[in-house]
Design a protein around this ligand. Structure first.
Ligand code: CTP
Length: 403
């Protein structure tokens, strides 16, 4: 994916600049052409000679130092790249990108470019979490700047927290994803995914039904995120107000039994994500509308619905390689999720609290805990779209390692 891609690497002034040589080496191993701009700050951590030697090109530093016609100014530098990668990206360079300052070669190239830009932020945890940086980050994201990292861990300043530059391998993976996507491909290209979403409606009679508060937002977002990464996605959706996601085949159903049937018909698939809030029981429904009567209050009799997730996760030669479910709980969240994972033979469970105060059902955010065979990973409260993207990324990593 990186073969013959032209990457303009801007190395700004953070301690993570020491990772630039390794980054350049690994990019070139993959056939990429790397050209470097080193800021004044960056030059405190890594020498231009190192970057020039490893990239096999001049390391550009000064805005006004064209020695001859053959040398390149900031405009050409920024245009003759397929992507500009700022790694590390300091709080300072992010702020300058936001305000459009152009007081050195790096910031001028960033302002002059018509090419995509990716940043790998690196800074002290307080600088990272400062509202100024966070609001700059949001502005850059809104301008379609791609962001890789940072991650949490020990920082060079001695503090611990978020702010470590993404690992070189993560930056390479992000670049690979970027180019895959621009080629209309993704890490999940060639794989089939089945996603369930929304509530089910279980009829009582021709005009009445039993439902639940699921909005379908999370399941639909998962289907969209998997499609974004190139998977061929079938979404089996209960009744929701959510629009059909782009690039996804959608089968609309009402009842749990219909959902079960549609899922079985959608197989085979390598990946299954069951996000639907399937009714556990359906009432024995009447063919005709149940009428009021002085002496008869209707009594509902229930029969258990098929468990779609457990059915799809059953061991066997056609079992999808990765089966993921949600656990909607109002108490003992993690323990109940672990039990559900084992009981239903599921690979991963996303446990979420659906107590009335949590705002999960119907809301736009979700706080989930990813329960796998390796353990429990608690994610911060995220928009449902972000939860879906994070899950899709995790699935892509699983696919890279296992499929
Ligand atoms: N699920 C399913 N079919 C069902 C019931 C649940 O596919 N008939 C799936 C859901 O999509 C979810 C997972 O199973 O991924 C767990 O659903 P949840 O409602 O949390 O649990 P239940 O299995 O219904 O158990 P309980 O209601 O007792 O907690």
């Amino acid at each position: 994916m990186l073969e013959n891609r032209r990457i303009l690497l801007i190395v700004s002034g953070g301690i993570a600049a020491v990772k630039a040589p390794d980054l350049i080496r690994r990019l070139r191993e993959r056939g990429a052409h790397v050209r470097c701009i080193l800021t004044k700050g960056g030059a405190h951590f890594v020498t231009p000679l190192t970057l020039a030697a490893l990239s096999g090109d001049k390391c550009y530093q000064e805005l006004f130092d064209l020695k001859d016609e053959a040398e390149m100014g900031h405009i050409r530098l920024s245009r003759e790249a397929d992507i500009i990668l700022v790694a590390p990206a300091t709080a300072d360079i992010m702020a300058k990108m936001v305000t459009g300052q152009a007081d050195d070669l790096a910031t001028t190239a960033l302002l002059a470019t018509d090419k995509p830009v990716m940043i790998a932020p690196s800074m002290n945890v307080m600088m990272w979490t400062h509202p100024a940086t966070q609001s700059n980050l949001q502005i850059l994201k809104d301008r379609a700047v791609k962001v890789v990292g940072p991650s949490a861990g020990d920082l060079a300043c001695g503090e611990v927290g978020n702010g470590r530059m993404a690992e070189v391998s993560e930056i390479i993976a992000a670049l690979t994803r970027f180019f895959q996507k621009s080629d209309g491909q993704g890490p999940l290209t060639g794989l089939r995914a089945l996603v369930t979403s929304g509530p089910t409606h279980e009829p009582i009679d021709p005009v009445r039904y039993i439902a639940n508060r699921s909005s379908g937002k999370q399941g639909h977002a998962v289907a969209a995120a998997l499609a974004e990464l190139g998977a061929q996605v079938t979404l089996v959706a209960g009744p929701t107000a959510e629009p059909d996601p782009d690039g996804v085949k959608v089968t609309h159903v009402e009842t749990a039994k219909q959902m079960m049937k549609a899922c079985t018909e959608a197989l085979p698939a390598e990946i299954v994500v069951c996000a639907a809030a399937v009714a556990d029981w359906s009432p024995q429904n009447a063919d005709q509308k149940i009428k009021k009567g002085a002496d008869k209050t209707p009594e509902l009799k229930f029969a258990e619905n098929p468990d779609i997730l457990a059915t799809l996760a059953q061991a066997g030669p056609t079992r999808p390689k990765l089966v993921i479910g949600f656990a909607a709980e109002t108490e003992n969240l993690i323990e109940a999720a672990k039990t559900k994972r084992a009981k239903k033979n599921v690979d991963w469970i996303l446990a979420n609290d659906v107590s009335p105060g949590s705002g999960t059902f119907g809301g736009d955010s979700n706080t989930v805990h990813l329960v796998t065979a390796e353990g429990v990973e608690s994610w911060p409260t995220l928009r449902k779209r972000a939860v879906a993207e994070r899950l899709a990324e995790r699935i892509a990593t699983f696919v890279e390692r296992n499929l």
